[in-house]
Design a protein. Sequence first.
Length: 334
Amino acid sequence: LCVLGIETSCDETGVALYDTRRGLLAHALHSQVELHAGYGGVVPELASRDHVRRVLPLVRRVLEEAGETGDTLDGVAYTAGPGLLGALLVGASVARSLAWGWGLPAVAVHHMEGHLLAPLLEDPAPEFPFVALLVSGGHTLLVDVQGVGRYRILGESLDDAAGEAFDKTAKLLGLGYPGGPALARLAAEGDPGRFRFPRPMTDRPGLDFSFSGLKTRALTAFRDTPPDATLAADVARAFEDAVVDTLAIKCRRALEQTGHGRLVVAGGVGANRRLRAALQVMAADRGGAVFFPRAEFCTDNGAMIALAGALRLQAGERAGLEIQARARWSLEGV
Ligand code: ATP
Ligand code: MG
Ligand code: FE
């Protein structure tokens, strides 16, 4: 089955073609980072309008690159939520209309299911079952994954998502937007011994997270220490170490609790080098394995939506003729 996937849930327009036999055939992405940078965050209306401008040219480019046309496809998948409603409506309307015009089935994909299945784009792909750690700008989830569509949430963040905590901490350190990657670069120069921040909620049982306190700790350390040349880098390092350590502790706990050997990590923070290294060490120590998407498929992209759509289509799923877009949508409800 060959499926076109369209992602427009936030500030990237992603389009891709995935074939269940041949794998990923083509993918294209347009990031709106520069459009929103001056505002310090995503401006929903600007995001929607830019998706309108980008999505069809990207569809044409991907089809041309792969040498496919509407006649040779088997379906069109689109991100139906969660995300910014106006942004979602753009991708959903275009995808639903293309499917209707081409006489193809459409599939409405949950954005976090896309992130969760993204490691399946790689070789070797993880087999089911596994534990998934989803760490993105809006979510921090530990999920017991038994198969496509069989998800049980084991734990989640009670306040800020991991990526959101990275972005907010970066902002208070004076790094631009989006700050996660910039904070990680600065942390690489920091001294890990200067500050030590807590590992929130690791001293009690359970798999939930809380990251907003770490942001406050970073703020007070930064504000109340007389400034010197390495202060920002040292605070960034203490923050990153605390987040990485906390995530690794909870991942280990989730693997122990479920008995699974495989851990899958996805979402933008999954691109973080120190997190990847810490989880490799933890998984190796347990005799298990950890799987990541390549860095560009950790953040939003069309490939993960085309893949998730193809697997759902293969399982017999079809969306109705209505255009589906939901700002909020639980992963367990898919
Ligand atoms: P959601 O998927 O929950 O709707 P989103 O799509 O905005 O949110 P992603 O695109 O998956 O999130 O990831 C973006 C987040 O990842 C941002 O918060 C960004 O700062 C963070 N991020 C990206 N690279 C890194 C990195 N190397 N280290 C830490 N954080 C990172
Ligand atoms: Mg984004
Ligand atoms: Fe995302």
